[in-house]
Design a protein around this ligand. Structure first.
Ligand SMILES: Nc1ncnc2c1ncn2[C@@H]1O[C@H](COP(=O)(O)OP(=O)(O)OP(=O)(O)O)[C@@H](O)[C@H]1O
Ligand SMILES: [Mg+2]
Length: 260
């Protein structure tokens, strides 16, 4: 049975799309069949980050009934399957978000896990995603604004009876002014399931139109995304020895024409 996991946040820009793309790539690293789906209807960034922003068949056109949602599944060279959104203003304005539940039903059986990126906030776009999925991951940064806004997201998920898999704390630098994990867990009443460090490799990976997990597999954030993926599938994650990791990725990158 396909698991649908929404990646949500109350505040914008905290790292939902980075998490969606990279936890998908990490799940692929664990050999899981995964789709990263863009349900941030206003500002779909998965395609932009992965060089697939001009695809004909998007979640928007599927929601309008133009084609089956499975026709919007594209295989990215890094190995993950993606469902991009349309970057058109018109498509964003006339999005048929109420059809999302049907789209999700149509995807059952097309992957083991579908990670669903979403619009920030508590508005109709975000609510339609939460209503349509089974599980929710809440992304926050370790500051009071983001964490206190996330309390509302916890309430929204609870209102619709969704299971919160946990809190992803992103852009952690370890400064004393950051909220510590115990406080975040206490304020949100949920477990922190991932701590993603501030990592310039994330920006570099998007510049190179790839997940950081694929293009910078030894970076600190890649390690954290693999740990998060291991949490989602209940599998133990043991960091590979440098030599094993090197050979795995050298082969994978060669296969898609990156590196020698
Ligand atoms: N751990 C990190 N280290 C460094 N940069 C990061 C990290 N996480 C995210 N970023 C950068 O922050 C920016 C915003 O991240 P992202 O697009 O994932 O946020 P978002 O929550 O999806 O935003 P929106 O609410 O607009 O959809 C991106 O440019 C990304 O490269
Ligand atoms: Mg985003």
């Amino acid at each position: 049975m396909t698991k649908f996991v929404a990646v949500v946040s109350a505040k914008g820009g905290v790292g939902k799309t980075s998490t969606t793309i990279n936890v998908s790539s990490a799940l692929e690293w664990f050999r899981r069949d995964v789709i990263a789906m863009d349900a941030n209807f206003a500002n779909p960034d998965i395609g932009i980050h992965l060089g697939a922003e001009l695809m004909d068949k998007t979640i928007h056109s599927a929601l309008r009934g133009m084609h089956h949602i499975r026709e919007s599944i594209y295989l990215h060279p890094s190995g993950i399957k993606i469902i991009p959104g349309s970057i058109s203003y018109d498509e964003a304005r006339k999005v048929k978000r109420d059809n999302l539940g049907n789209i999700i039903l149509d995807l059952v059986g097309s992957a083991e896990i579908v990670i669903v990126d979403s619009t920030p906030g508590l508005g109709e776009d975000a609510t339609s995603v939460i209503k349509a999925v089974d599980y929710v991951l809440i992304v926050t940064t370790p500051d009071l604004c983001s964490v206190s806004n996330s309390i509302k997201m916890v309430n929204l998920a609870r209102e619709f009876g969704k299971m919160i898999l946990g809190i992803v704390v992103n852009r952690v630098e370890g400064h004393e002014y950051e909220l510590d994990l115990d406080n975040i867990e206490m304020l949100l009443g949920n477990r922190v399931v991932a701590v993603i460090p501030e990592d310039k490799n994330i920006k570099d990976s998007f510049h190179k139109k790839n997940p950081v997990v694929f293009i910078h597999p030894k970076s600190p954030s890649s390690d954290a995304f693999k740990r998060l993926a291991s949490e989602l599938i209940g599998e133990r994650y043991v960091k590979l020895a440098k030599k094993e990791e090197d050979s795995f990725y050298t082969l994978a990158k060669r296969a898609v024409g990156l590196g020698r």
